[in-house]
Design a protein around this ligand. Structure first.
Ligand code: ADP
Length: 506
């Protein structure tokens, strides 16, 4: 049986997992590295740390599993999106990578918006956001011209690892979609955008589909990793696009929700659909000839985590004493409150909001607090509010003609059957879990398997390697009971908007 390696170069660490053909993890190893914040709002990492973590995790999974190097048929890469890596003519790193969560480039993004005009959304399919890569390139050109002058190669984080493994300067369509430089409809670098931004196309990597072989392991990389020279390395995908493969979201009608710190909905679409208002992102899918629409809310699980750390000291103590998860105890209390949390609404904008509001000044709120309310009502209101915010994103997808009939849920919040049921009732479609928790690493390994000919197509690979867990169906009565609360929730932000902006200016 073939073995496939999935490497996920995340922000907190690199996780490498060795799978068999059926998607069963044989060994997994994670190595963490620091995030450097040289100034408030900046976020950088040393690409050398990623490479060291990749080497050590590959060696560790080979040792732990006892799998022989010749059994590993291909390597797939996944990773944090948007990060800017700059190399000189010798392939040496010129400066620390500027990461997706770095906020220094608002001025450059405004410039890009002005320079590109309508082409920004119609070609790159997304607004110019400080997280995206183009603004970072312009920032280096403006603030560190001596570095920009020496720069010969611009790569995304996982594509730097590809270069170290294969010597190739290459990328693939899903990750490249997050740079504001790709013609997302035609899946190639946009000559128009590059020329308007005065960026030399020669700096960018060769473009591949996510399941194509982009190169093979060099003798030096073989020596360093313990894998065989000549082992193919496929395109792979940005972390969310890889998670989509790892959760089987590869056909129209399928989507996943991540209730992690932030909340993401990621839906598959077999045609390109772009929201002219830029409320959600459109990216190339890791499935050839398909696209994905993605929303991102900033404080999903974070809302419950905030409530827990501020108000649930007693539950934390009890959980420790009983050896239980504090979130499970909080959910027990919330379940005693009825739908609508006794007429209490919660707005989850603790960090401002991205989808679908695009307002960094928005803030959280409890609306309707009364003397009768208990902690259980408040926890339920938080869980419902987060679910309302996800439903509001899904409504934008549906407005764009991207229908969703089958939803998988991942992330920490997805462990809660109670929260999943609220989502099912609000989405109006079945909500399921995925048996494997390996998301992006599994997705990268499946793409590797397609490149190596182990699977015929991405969809066939998912059929073999992705197993669903329990499914929850919407309850029509409960769904109807939530609806008036959700409709009211939608009206609260517009009513508070001016207050938020005044508050931010005080
Ligand atoms: P990250 O995005 O940082 O990787 P996770 O996917 O681990 O985060 O999700 C963490 C969040 O998941 C927590 O903030 C919490 O809101 C939520 N969470 C974790 N466990 C549970 C649980 N058992 N029930 C409900 N929510 C949970």
């Amino acid at each position: 049986m073939a073995r496939l390696l999935g490497i996920d170069i995340g922000t907190s660490g690199t996780k490498t997992v060795l799978f068999n053909e059926a998607g069963v993890p044989l060994a997994s190893h994670t190595i963490e590295y620091p995030l450097c914040q040289p100034q408030n709002g900046w976020a950088e990492q040393d690409p050398h740390d990623w490479w060291m973590a990749v080497l050590q995790t590959i060696q560790a999974v080979l040792t732990k599993s006892g799998v022989k190097p010749e059994e590993v048929k291909a390597v797939g890469l996944s990773g944090q999106m948007h990060g800017l890596v700059m190399l000189d003519a010798q392939g040496h790193v010129l400066r620390s990578a500027i990461l997706w969560c770095d906020g220094r480039t608002q001025k450059q993004c405004d410039e890009i918006t002005g320079l590109l005009g309508d082409a920004l959304i119609s070609v790159t399919a997304n607004p110019a956001l400080p997280g995206f890569t183009a603004g970072k390139i312009l920032w280096v050109r403006e603030h560190e011209p001596q570095i920009y002058e020496k720069c010969r190669h611009i790569l995304l984080p996982k594509d730097y690892i590809r270069y170290k493994l294969t010597g190739e300067f290459a990328t693939e369509v899903s990750d490249a979609s997050g740079m504001n430089l790709l013609d997302v409809t035609n899946r190639r670098w946009s000559g128009e955008v590059l020329s308007k931004l005065d960026i030399d196309p020669g700096l960018l990597g060769k473009m591949y589909e996510s399941c194509q072989v982009t190169g093979v392991l060099t003798p030096a990389a073989s020596e360093a990793t313990g894998l065989l020279p000549g082992t193919p390395v496929v395109g792979g995908a940005g972390d969310n696009a890889a998670a989509a493969i790892g959760t089987g979201v590869v056909e129209t009608g399928k989507a996943f929700t991540t209730l992690g710190t932030s909340g993401v909905i990621f839906a598959h679409s077999d045609r390109v659909t772009i929201d002219p208002k830029g409320r959600v992102h459109t990216f190339c899918s890791a499935v050839p000839g398909a696209w994905t629409v993605m929303s991102c809310t900033l404080a999903a699980g974070l809302s419950l985590q905030w409530f827990r750390s501020q108000f649930c000291g007693a539950e934390e103590g009890l959980a420790a004493a009983q050896g239980r998860d504090v979130y499970d105890l909080m959910t027990d209390v919330a379940q005693k409150s009825p739908i609508g949390a006794n007429r209490l609404l919660y707005l989850p904008y603790l960090m401002g909001e991205r989808s679908p509001l695009l307002d960094s000044d928005a803030r959280g709120a409890f609306v309707g607090l009364s003397n009768i309310h208990t902690k259980g009502d408040m926890i339920r209101a938080v869980m419902e509010g987060v679910a309302y915010s996800q439903r509001q994103c899904l409504d934008v997808f549906r407005e764009m003609g991207v229908d969703v009939a089958d939803m998988a849920v991942c992330g920490g919040g997805g462990r809660s059957p109670f929260w999943r049921q609220i989502l099912a009732d609000l989405y109006g479609c079945p909500v399921k879990t995925i048996a494997s928790e390996q998301g992006p690493a599994l997705g990268a390994a499946i793409l590797a398997g397609v490149g190596a000919g182990v699977y015929e197509t991405v969809a066939q690979g998912c059929q073999v390697a992705v197993q669903a867990g329990p499914t929850q169906r919407p309850d029509p009565e409960d769904a109807a009971a939530y609806e008036p609360y959700y409709q009211l929730y939608r009206t609260v932000y517009p009513a508070l908007k001016d207050i938020y902006h005044t508050l931010a200016g005080l």
